[in-house]
Design a protein around this ligand. Structure first.
Ligand code: SF4
Length: 153
């Protein structure tokens, strides 16, 4: 929901802390996840992730979450699906040229990034979306990556 998306960007610092906490938990439970099986947990975890991130960020479950690098503003809400922005069409009031009723997703991203401790990650160029990851859990991917197991599509 648009209003909640704006709230999330205004509270980017608090969400950054929450994300870091989630990462620590995911790494801590990695041994159990491995025992149960990542594949077996994929569907239930993705379902929880989709509903929570859908509420706070209008998440599209791209499978390669970049929220912590885009000021808690999900770039998949950009009508041009830009993974690195903004485009040149941002209006003077900061709104989107394609959807003028909406603040540019990337204007929001930079505003959120300024509020975050690790906000300057926004300067890193994001790779294009890997559509094979669509609807898969980014949380489980983080758990694997941060536990040194490496991500698997
Ligand atoms: S103005 Fe912003 S949200 Fe709109 S298309 Fe350009 S980058 Fe995307």
């Amino acid at each position: 929901m648009y209003a909640v998306r704006l709230w999330s960007v205004r509270h980017a610092r608090a969400l950054e802390l929450a994300y870091r906490g989630l990462e620590r938990v995911l790494v801590a439970v990695h041994p159990w996840i491995s025992r149960i099986g990542y594949a077996r947990l994929e569907r239930p975890v993705a379902a929880v992730e989709k509903s929570l991130k859908g509420l706070f960020f209008d998440c599209r479950m791209c499978g390669a979450c970049a929220l912590s690098s885009t000021g808690m503003s999900c770039s998949m809400n950009c009508p041009k699906s830009l993974r690195n922005g903004p485009c040149g069409g941002v209006r003077e009031n900061g709104h989107c040229e394609v959807k003028p009723e909406m603040v540019c997703v990337w204007v929001e991203a930079w505003a959120g990034a300024r509020r975050m401790e690790g906000g300057m990650k926004i300067l890193a160029v994001q790779p294009p979306v890997d559509h094979r990851l669509k609807d898969s859990s980014s949380w489980l991917r983080v758990a694997r990556e941060k536990s040194g197991e490496g991500a698997k599509p």
